[in-house]
Ligand binder design. Structure first.
Ligand code: NAD
Length: 452
């Protein structure tokens, strides 16, 4: 489906919203040039490996290999200087067998239908793995948000929401933040959606988006949820490997929502942050980088570059640093045939979606570097999004302790299920996570059958 509409709004220029410390768009400046594989093809290859190992019914395999719906919208927005620009936005709804479509919205110049398809499929596996009653979707606009004023971003967001129309809804498809989107953007989507439905339905529809500001119906703990989930998993992995986090060290790529929360929540556990890279460059300090001060620096300066007492290093130097674990929390396709051999760590905790491609994965396996796979590792965000959705539906507000306790239980439940599955099939954790997720989906299809 393609929808095109017109716009008449116009206001004055101001600065960008700053709910997270990210992120001008990246010049993928630090990564060596390498042919990019199709992200969705990677997903399907990962899926096929697990499907083969578990003996998935091929008919169900066929269904899960294709997204249910793909929506592309081209929509015009008036800029502050009076010009009109036409933007392209996507929403891919991969699967809704287990519940409403669920997934983030990304604003980035590299957003395209292949990337959104892959990200939507990962959401299906993530919600099935963690056993929350959602399906999988993802969306985004191909845009460099640093080039637009706050007013322009607001109009772009509202117009995108309007163009999506009934393709989103509180019981149908529920967006959330992803790269370069934040609670402010969710508040604009909420307000636009509510403005287009009858007044008597509005109070019962605030769960059309999650990751909202708290006063607009957001949940305690949603902002930090993805980072918090990563930290709970790293703690558990460290216990399993008799690693004392107080004497452990790690390196990190990305200091936006996921990366900065992970580092700030890791700090009280004692693990030393040796290096951080973002779109402005990479920095290192063998004595450790203070996560809270770095957060303030990024908020003030827009990136990690120039942080006090740190050396400026290049991408390759950052990857080569010896540490216990590496957390990629930025872009996809970062650990590849050329970069995976450089890593000098025991484990990779994938905060980002799709940071390791198939060639990179094979090299990590060969080198005995364990991987906590993305759709397990970064599931904290969607788990707390589910809690937000439930609170909205029930008109409840849970306190932070309640949210954190429930998140920990849910994400560690998934960790243990994957650990058991990996042992059962003598396979890697990514394949094991796929098997757990696919089994949950297969059961639903087997029970319900295929209409008609
Ligand atoms: P964000 O926009 O808040 O931050 C992105 C970070 O990546 C920034 O620090 C930016 O500087 C950095 N970056 C961008 N390009 C880079 C490059 N070429 N080299 C190095 N660093 C670069 O985004 P986010 O919400 O933190 O999301 C990061 C990743 O985590 C994405 O893959 C996203 O899909 C995934 N994720 C996010 C959430 C969430 O709740 N926000 C949940 C699950 C997964």
């Amino acid at each position: 489906m393609t929808t095109t509409m017109s716009s008449t709004e116009s206001t004055k220029r101001s600065s960008q919203p700053a709910a997270t410390p990210s992120s001008a768009p990246p010049a993928a400046a630090h990564a060596p040039a390498e042919a990019k594989s199709s992200l969705f093809e990677n997903v399907i290859k990962q899926f096929n490996k697990a499907a083969g190992l578990m003996g998935l019914d091929p008919n169900i395999g066929k269904i899960l290999s294709k997204p249910q719906n793909e929506i592309t919208v081209n929509f015009p927005v008036r800029m502050d200087d009076g010009r009109v620009e036409v933007f392209t936005g996507y929403r891919v709804q991969h699967n809704s067998a287990r519940g409403p479509f669920k997934g983030g919205l990304r604003y980035h110049p590299s957003v395209n239908i292949d990337e959104v398809r892959a990200l939507a499929a990962w959401m299906t596996w993530k919600t099935a793995l963690t056993n929350i009653p959602f399906g999988g979707a993802k969306g985004g606009i191909q845009i460099d948000p640093s080039k637009y004023s706050t007013d322009e971003l607001q109009r772009i967001t509202r117009r995108f929401t309007y163009a999506l129309g009934d393709n989103i809804g509180p019981e149908y498809d529920i967006p959330a933040p992803d790269m370069n989107t934040n609670p402010q953007i969710m508040a604009w989507i909420l307000d636009t959606y509510l403005s287009t439905i009858p007044p008597h339905e509005r109070q019962s529809c605030t769960h059309v988006v999650t990751g909202k500001p708290i006063v607009s119906g957001g949940s305690q703990g949603r902002d930090k949820a993805t980072g918090q989930g990563i930290v709970y998993l790293v703690e558990e992995w460290a216990k399993d490997h008799a690693l004392d986090l107080k004497s452990a060290s790690y390196t990190l790529q990305g200091y936006g929502n996921v990366g900065s929360w992970t580092a700030r929540l890791m700090k009280p556990l004692g693990a030393k942050l040796l290096a951080v890279e973002d779109h402005t460059g990479a920095i290192s300090n063998p004595d450790g980088i203070d996560a809270d001060r770095l957060f303030e620096h990024v908020r003030a300066r827009g990136g990690v570059r120039g942080f006090a007492k740190c050396a400026t290093i290049d991408h390759v130097e950052m990857l080569k640093i010896k540490a216990d674990f590496f957390i990629p929390a930025a872009m996809e396709n970062q650990l590849t045939a050329s970069t995976a051999p450089l890593l000098n760590v025991r484990m990779v905790a994938e905060g980002a979606n799709g940071p390791t491609n198939l060639e990179g994965e094979a090299i990590l396996a060969q080198r005995g570097i364990e991987v906590l796979p993305d759709f397990l590792c970064n599931a904290g965000g969607v788990i707390v999004s589910y809690f937000e959705w439930l609170q909205n539906k029930r008109s409840e507000f849970w306190d932070l302790d309640e949210v954190d306790t429930k998140l920990r239980k849910k994400i560690l439940g998934a960790y243990r299920a994957v650990r058991e599955m990996a042992a059962k099939h003598h396979t890697d954790w990514r394949t094991a996570a796929y098997i757990v997720a696919i089994q949950n989906l297969e059961t639903v299809y087997k029970e319900r059958g295929i209409f008609p």
